[in-house]
Design a protein around this ligand. Structure first.
Ligand code: TYD
Ligand code: MG
Length: 467
């Protein structure tokens, strides 16, 4: 234990905000009851009340890297950034084309969503390419890992496992072996002796990440770091680390639905507009190369209240089925429910339908659902939601080959959306033959074959077209 007076400070477990006193609401991220007390060395805490993000303990470790003279950029040799593939095209795409040596990639997500499975499979793929990989687990015994490995199959001996939580031992082994990639599963279980606070605390995960960062930059080992998103405030969440790492990916999805989305929220080496889609199966995760097809599988035919719309996930169009169920309300106060989309948006669209089209929805309960456990709040799904509600209210099915997208404004106008061409292209590819879209989105692009495009400028026109 290093010398130095010990004191305690308070950290927000959501965002890592540091404060000398306890507060009910974190001034950094406005979350309630997330402040916890942690012991720190007096020196490290000297940054005082501000955001620890700028002067956090983890960064001081990085600064110890040998002092060098400033250089000019022209003296730097130009070279293509060498990246290596994870063997998953969906994961490579989110990473911006593969893993950059020496980078730190944080993979966050709810416990049980499949982070360990994803990384074990990626590690298996990379070991197959002949790279040396070390998988460090602080959560599971080697037997538990073996059980998972048996499920996914094909794990080679060049993939090494280390069940360890002591950071010093881990860094020593990694420095010696110099693998191409190390996986730290999870950062919340890692323990750095020199930090007083318990594993999983804000200061502990920061300090540990800082040391891994330095190791990565010095040795060129790339790191995947797993960070659990936690519901109750017992351990620090991955957001505390976002500013320190090169890339932040979140693995999301409904635990009870089988599809999972890997979303980039920060990437120093690529765009954050990309997503990867996976499906959890009995033998691990499988890539979903055609998400639209997957999302539309099992769609009812000829049912009222169902329509397909197209949302963009970054640069990728994704077709989603919107379902609505509208039925007479038994109580004075009608019930509204939205699953997978914004509740307030649904209420607003229903108010617009009532006011502009005279549909008396205030006497009706309404349930709106994006099928397949999909979450989408892009305004382009508005037109789909409004038409699904209308179709259910009239109990009249919409043609199965119809797709609709567009933002709906408060006067019932259908407003332009971005990337109309990609959306229409995806719809045509999936066999849709009619597309309702904002009239103002029709200009300036080449129309694909086989799909009729109907531009509408307000909800009334769209409703009239449907008769
Ligand atoms: P896991 O990777 O352990 O989640 P995390 O590391 O994010 O906590 O995944 C756990 C879940 O995935 C578990 O509920 C079982 C399920 N699973 C499958 O359905 N199929 C599989 O092949 C594997 C390995 C796991
Ligand atoms: Mg795990």
């Amino acid at each position: 234990m290093a010398a130095g007076k010990m004191k305690t400070v308070f950290f927000c477990q959501e965002c890592g905000y540091e404060s000398a006193k306890w507060m009910g609401q974190c001034p950094g991220c406005k979350a309630w009851n997330t402040m916890v007390e942690e012991p720190v060395r007096a020196k490290a805490a000297a940054t005082g009340g501000g955001r620890a993000a700028s002067g956090g303990t983890g960064q001081s470790a990085y600064r110890r890297v040998g002092a060098a003279a400033p250089v000019s950029l022209s003296s730097i040799e130009e070279r293509e950034e060498e990246r290596f593939s994870t063997g998953f095209s969906e994961l490579d795409r989110v990473l911006g084309g593969g893993i950059v040596p020496g980078s730190l990639i944080l993979v966050g997500g709810d416990p049980g969503i499949g982070k360990s499975t994803l990384l074990l499979q990626a590690a298996r793929n990379m070991a197959e390419q002949g790279r040396e990989i070390v998988y460090v687990s602080g959560e599971e015994s080697i037997r538990q890992i073996k059980l998972r490995a048996d499920r996914i199959g094909g794990v080679r001996d060049s993939l090494r496992f280390l069940c360890e939580t002591d950071l010093e031992s881990i860094t020593e082994i990694l420095e010696r072996r110099k693998p191409a990639l190390a996986i730290i599963d999870s950062i919340q279980t890692m323990n750095n002796e020199s930090v007083q606070a318990a594993p999983g605390s804000v200061s502990q995960v920061r300090e540990t990440t800082g040391i891994l960062l330095r190791l990565a930059k010095e040795t060129g080992i790339a790191f995947f770091i797993v960070g659990h998103v936690t519901k109750e405030g017992t351990v620090a969440g991955p957001r505390v680390l976002e500013h320190m790492v090169d890339t932040v990916l979140y693995f999301e999805g409904d635990r009870y639905a089988s599809y999972r989305i890997l979303r980039g929220v920060k990437n120093r080496f690529g765009s954050t507009n990309e997503i990867g889609v996976f499906e959890m199966r009995g033998e691990g995760l499988a890539e979903v190369l055609n998400p639209s097809e997957y999302m539309l599988s099992g769609r009812p035919q000829g049912a009222s209240g169902s329509i397909v719309t197209c949302a963009m996930e970054g640069t990728r169009p994704m077709l989603i089925e919107v379902q609505a169920l509208v039925c007479k309300s038994n109580f004075g106060f009608p019930k509204r429910q939205a699953t997978g989309t914004d509740f307030n948006r649904v209420s607003l669209l229903m108010a617009v339908l009532e006011k502009r089209l005279g549909v008396p929805l205030s006497d009706f309960d309404a349930y709106v659902n994006l099928a397949g456990g999909m979450k989408q709040t892009e305004p382009a799904v508005d037109l789909g939601i409004a038409l699904a509600v209308l179709s259910s209210y009239r109990n009249r099915p919409l043609p199965d080959s119809l797709i609709a997208f567009g933002e709906v404004g408060l006067s019932g106008e259908v407003r332009a959306v971005t990337m109309a061409q990609s959306r229409v292209g995806e719809a045509a590819k999936m066999g849709f033959t009619t597309c309702l879209l904002p009239a103002s989105s029709l200009k300036g692009w080449k129309k694909p074959e086989g799909i009729e495009l109907i531009g509408v400028s307000n909800l009334r026109e769209a409703a009239e077209y449907l008769g």
